[in-house]
Design a protein around this ligand. Structure first.
Ligand SMILES: [Zn+2]
Length: 131
């Protein structure tokens, strides 16, 4: 299951570490998702790559009402009860947004690619904790 939000970046955050900012947002998103889905979600983790999990290109800003924004999205990996937050590049964010508007209940092929990459990265993260 995917949850998508576009956050515009306020000036004061531009000076902040972007991962720190993302984590802060993810914590809020986690609280919301937890209220909605309960114990389906127990953890959250941020996919802190500079590259888009949809296409592998560098993350770039999207324009929302003329302002720069980053597309923060979250995926609920139910098997592990984890909410995985991630950024999308502007191209994939636009595609995902268009697809979910057209077919709200259907998963697009791009979603499948993103989920596969997120799950692989999360497993790698878990493996690195064990090492
Ligand atoms: Zn992309």
């Amino acid at each position: 299951m995917m949850v998508g939000i576009h956050y515009s970046l306020p000036e004061e955050y531009l000076a902040m570490d972007i991962d720190e900012y993302a984590n802060e947002l993810l914590t809020k998103l986690f609280a919301q998702a937890h209220a909605q889905f309960g114990n389906a979600i127990k953890l959250h983790w941020f996919y802190g790559s500079d590259f888009c999990p949809g296409c592998g290109q560098p993350i770039d800003a999207i324009k929302v009402k003329g302002e720069n924004a980053l597309s923060l999205n979250a995926y609920i990996y139910r098997k592990r009860h984890v909410l995985i937050g991630y950024f999308l590049c502007s191209r994939c964010a636009t595609k995902v947004f268009a697809a979910s508007k057209k077919h709200p209940t259907q998963q697009s092929p791009l979603h499948a690619v993103i989920e596969k990459n997120l799950v692989a990265a999360y497993k790698q993260h878990l493996a690195s904790l064990d090492a």
